[in-house]
Write a protein that binds this ligand. Structure first.
Ligand code: AMP
Length: 459
């Protein structure tokens, strides 16, 4: 197959090409080059790709072209295109992408997800929607109440199917698909393709074209990865110490549980490091506010669970810190993939406690590489003796802290070698390139409080 290297060569409608120029895309990404011609030709598609590869535009652009070519009124109570996504964040991003690419077309894009009032969604449905992006739970509610009638859907897009199944959406998914007409075009995307998902794809797709891009292991090559072997009890203080490095300007910290995310965010905030937590127990509003603050650089640390962070696309994430290693090794790849977007370098630091060594071994198996490991345990010293976070900062970094102001611009590629290390175990080397973030330089930390918890449905 010859891959096209210019958007013009796909024959996309002029308003779409103008939108792409406006948004600054010059060349299609590999998944776009592979998928767009097949979708334009009306084929079903099985895409193995993760967020960050440009997969949203890979399905959105040809769908918009096909919709524009067959002007038809959006069906009342339903939609022409149904996109199902596992999380609210991903759904909003997909809807935003459609709106961006469709700016010159007269098409209605609407979002349906839980955690927000249903009123505007009902109104949008009643009027008819061209492109409906939804999470399964709330859409099922609307189907149940008769507000959503999907019998005129022409395109079904299932995004991040592996996550949908992990979240237990298989039943709602089947119920929703049962409402759709048999005659439709199906696009199915998943980052991984275990047997169960392959079987679902077989069931839902008709003679699909399969495309896959860079298997997980190779997408992480630009990320400098390090594991710090630590005593579990000292993780929080060690984390605070890491933030002495001003280059950690926009960092996502992953925890395994929602409660853990709150606790870590509180600990960081108490240490004067601006932080916000994002997870399924936060209201939609809180999640959006946290994300906006993080995007704008008002908070340095976004503390997230795997599910909450899935699909989040924030440019310029300098570091990912795994406060706890993920139980599922594939999630390691998803987590660290939040950094090093769009060709930038990124740094991933994992804090590995004694009980997590097996998880580390699994990760190394999945990524097919040995991750540089530094021993930060301090045998013989009780945890209490290391309670002062400043002591946990690497000596070279500590000195810049003690000097008062942080450097205005983080040094690129500075290797901070601690003076007077006491041997291999004590050595802490920042042996990686610190991406530059001039916009963040010299910004004071705001010890923001973590917003109060409010129960909200996961979707
Ligand atoms: P996605 O994998 O769909 O989440 O896309 C990841 C990021 O890549 C998003 O920020 C897109 O705006 C961006 N993107 C998608 N396609 C292109 C392209 N052809 N050129 C440059 N950036 C792109």
């Amino acid at each position: 197959m010859i891959l096209l290297t210019k958007f013009e060569e796909f024959g996309l409608a002029a308003p779409i090409l103008r939108a792409l120029t406006a948004v600054g895309y010059t060349n299609p990404t590999p998944i776009q080059a592979k998928a767009i011609p097949s979708i334009l030709a009306g084929r079903d598609l099985l895409g193995i790709a993760q967020t960050g590869t440009g997969k949203t535009a890979a399905f959105a652009l040809p769908i918009l072209h096909l919709l524009a070519g067959q002007a038809r009124k959006a069906p009342r109570g339903g939609c022409r295109v149904l996109v199902l996504s596992p999380t609210r964040e991903l759904a909003s991003q997909i809807a935003d992408s459609f709106r961006t690419y469709a700016q010159g077309l007269n098409l209605k894009v609407a979002l349906v997800f839980g955690g927000v009032s249903a009123g505007p969604q009902l109104k949008a449905l009643a009027g008819g929607i061209d492109i409906l992006v939804a999470t399964p739970g709330r859409l099922i509610d609307h189907i149940g109440s008769g507000a959503a009638r999907l019998g005129s859907t022409e395109f079904l897009v299932l995004d991040e199917v592996d996550q949908m199944l992990d979240l237990g959406f298989i039943k709602p998914l089947r119920r929703i698909v049962g409402q759709l007409p048999k005659q439709r075009q199906n696009l199915f995307f998943s980052a991984t393709m275990p047997t169960e998902i392959g079987a679902l794809a077989d069931e839902l797709l008709t003679d699909p074209v399969s495309v896959s891009v860079a298997p997980a292991a190779t997408t992480v090559e630009r990320i400098h990865q390090q594991v710090l072997l630590v005593d579990a009890a000292n993780k929080r203080d060690l984390l605070v110490g890491l933030f002495a490095d001003r280059a950690m300007a926009r960092t996502i910290v992953f925890t395994r549980t929602k409660r853990g995310a709150d606790a870590v965010a509180r600990h960081l905030a108490a240490a004067g490091i601006s932080a916000a937590a994002i997870h399924g127990n936060k209201s939609q509003n809180q999640r959006e506010m946290s994300l906006a603050s993080f995007r704008a650089g008002r908070v340095r640390a976004l503390v997230a669970t795997d599910i909450a962070a899935r699909g989040i696309d924030v440019a310029g994430v300098t570091h990912v810190v795994n406060f706890e290693l993920p139980e599922v090794a594939e999630n390691y790849v998803h987590r660290i993939g939040r950094t090093a977007r769009a060709g930038a370098d990124g740094i991933a630091i994992s804090l590995c406690g004694g009980a997590e060594r097996d998880l580390l071994r699994n990760i190394e198996k999945v990524t097919r590489r040995k991750i540089e490991t530094i021993d930060r345990r301090q045998p013989g010293r009780p945890a209490a003796a290391r309670a002062n976070p400043a002591k946990e900062a690497p000596p070279a970094l500590r000195s810049s802290r003690q000097g008062g102001k942080p450097p205005a611009t983080p040094d690129r590629g500075r290797a901070a070698e601690p003076a007077g290390t006491t041997g291999g175990n004590e050595m802490f080397r920042l042996a990686f390139m610190a991406p530059r973030h001039p916009a963040m330089a010299g910004q004071p930390d705001r010890p923001d409080g973590v917003p109060a918890r409010r129960k909200a449905r996961a979707v």
